[in-house]
Design a binder for this molecule. Sequence first.
Ligand SMILES: [Fe+2]
Length: 296
Amino acid sequence: MVTLIHELSSEIIGKRLGRNHYNANGTLLLRKGVELNERYFNHFKERGYKSIFVLDNNPGKIITERIVVPDKFIARAPFIVRKIFSGLSRDAQANLNKAKGELVHVAKDILLNVDDTVTRIKQVVDLKRQEDYLYQHSVNVAIFSILIGKKLQFHEMKLIKLAVAALLHDFGMLFIDPEIVNKETKLENVEFEKVKSHTTKGFSHLVRNCFFDGMATVATVQHHECFDGSGYPKNLSGSDIHEFSRIITLADFFDAWTSDRPHRRLNPIENAVEYIRCNENKIFDPTLVKAFITIF
Ligand SMILES: [Fe+2]
């Protein structure tokens, strides 16, 4: 048996679910192997899924899926990050201090749960729901950043700081109109400019209200800078972009590209790796690209 990603269409009715399915609170809703019926199909559709894991019961094909992070952990972590982001976006100092402590805790937990011996990854960490895409994405970017950091032999403290920075990278998306974020058609220029402002809005909120240090917030403002200077908001290039930000740019791109989004279906991992290869020296730091692609 092998788990495949299938487009969410009526064709999946009668097939078997390929992985345990959890809701946004981390509660198990459907077990791997359950037969998919019309009710389940509608459940996935209503939550904005465009893809689904199914079992391919082609006899003779017995492949055990090796996963980077246990599914129970990956189901629960976005829920915790959602609560932390909510605390960070409020003004009360007690909320902020609690949220900051919890953020470091989650970063440590991700580090503990990442299995960096898994190579030849062929499957995404998880499929995204529309309602909590930001939190699932933030956790996944932390996972991939840790994998890159481990390849670069960062020590534990540095990996935790990197994971905190990765968790916070898209914090500013909280300040962008959800109608624009979830738009199913191409963004107008004016809308795209608003989306771009998530970098500076997130950064200034975290620095001004939460007093995060530079290591934690640098990627929030820099993760859309490009290695050749063609990114935003400051057109920084090369080593003027902090090492954490260069790592997180790569992890962010990879996770976004291999995720279902309101306007498109996910891209296969091979396409994402190929795109990354073609854009080393342009978008991505070539040294990091070399380290990253060894896990696929
Ligand atoms: Fe972003």
